[in-house]
Write a protein that binds this ligand. Structure first.
Ligand SMILES: NC(=O)c1ccc[n+]([C@@H]2O[C@H](COP(=O)([O-])OP(=O)(O)OC[C@H]3O[C@@H](n4cnc5c(N)ncnc54)[C@H](OP(=O)(O)O)[C@@H]3O)[C@@H](O)[C@H]2O)c1
Length: 290
């Protein structure tokens, strides 16, 4: 009997790789990482469907890469998510065998001052919305016996940072969903991965949602953190570099559970295995001026 090593016994089996001409769906394809990923998928001969909350606006049209077809999707609205299969049918597109769950809100604020409705919206958009969209599209992948699902998380899902608790928690939550689903669906030929970008220069700083009492107890430290966060983003790697990593999760025969890029991810993850958690937390805080 052939010997199997300890490591190979437990690893994910080889999975079918999506084919040229397959349909790929990228949420939030009008900007940043989603836009770059949609563009790269077109280059690699996929039929690419992107999403936007306002697909018919001039801005969305102008920002959608050539070759990408846009459908409406608001992850904050469960009905909009349920309507995705109908929208795909209208275009004669599908089955979707590549799903990049990318769109997201970048929320900031101290735990004490985060309004409940803002928290609910964040978890609807960043977590529940993408879980529902995945539920809606999984039957198509199961029928096709192949598929790749990439959840775009954040390194803050692995390395929590002060004043980014809600955002980091939403990214940690989606990672736990992804890691669990990975085992559930691999027997149908479907791979599930998480992409954790560090600081990426997408202009996201201008679109952050911020909850802070300006004269309050946390205002000074929050501002220090935010200034460093925005500087890190402005000097971060490009969305195209993240797209290249996402395409690895789509094309690898054995897609890894986690891909990461930016913010010295190649050092941060090994360091986290060696250093005490508290020290690692201190390093992440110091990187943000705290
Ligand atoms: N940039 C970074 O430094 C960074 C770092 C780590 C992780 N990330 C993560 O990477 C992903 C993309 O970030 P990005 O910087 O590329 O963001 P971005 O440039 O702000 O783009 C966000 C995209 O999501 C769409 N969107 C926003 N809210 C939505 C909603 N409620 N429903 C559906 N679509 C929505 C927007 O499209 P419409 O306005 O057309 O609807 C837009 O195309 C996010 O999940 C983010 O958390 C980013």
């Amino acid at each position: 009997m052939a010997k199997t090593s300890f490591l190979s016994r437990y690893r994910t089996p080889k999975l079918p790789v999506p084919r040229q001409g397959d349909t790929a769906l990228v949420t939030g394809a009008t900007s940043g990482i989603g836009q770059a990923t949609a563009k790269e998928l077109v280059k690699r001969q996929f039929r690419v469907i992107g999403t936007s909350r306002n697909p018919d606006s001039d801005a969305s049209r102008a920002n959608t890469p050539d070759g990408v077809e846009l459908i409406p999707l608001d992850l904050g609205d469960p009905d909009s998510i349920s309507a995705v299969p109908d929208e795909l049918e209208k275009l004669g597109a599908g089955p979707v065998t590549v799903l990049v769950n990318n769109a997201g809100e970048s929320q900031n604020g101290p735990l004490e001052e985060l309004p409940r409705d803002a928290l609910e919206r964040l978890f609807q958009v960043n977590v529940i919305g993408h879980v529902q969209l995945t539920q809606v599209l999984l039957p198509q992948m199961r029928d096709a016996r192949r598929g790749r699902i990439v959840f775009v998380g954040s390194m803050l899902g692995s390395f929590p940072l002060a004043y980014r608790g809600s955002y980091g928690a939403s990214k940690a939550a989606i990672k736990a969903f992804a890691f669990s689903a990975r085992r559930e669906v691999s027997r149908f030929g479907i791979g599930v991965s998480v992409m954790e970008p560090g600081a990426i220069n997408t202009g996201l700083s201008e679109r952050r949602t911020i909850y802070i009492d300006d004269g309050g107890h946390y205002a000074d430290e929050f501002q220090t953190m935010l200034t460093h966060l925005n500087d890190n983003e402005a000097t971060g790697i490009s969305a195209e570099q993240v797209a290249t990593e996402i395409l690895k999760a789509v094309g690898d025969k054995r897609p890894r559970p986690l891909y990461a890029t930016g913010s010295s991810s190649h050092l941060a993850f090994p360091a986290a295995r060696l250093l005490p958690r508290d020290t690692m937390g201190g390093i992440i805080a110091a990187k943000h001026g705290l």
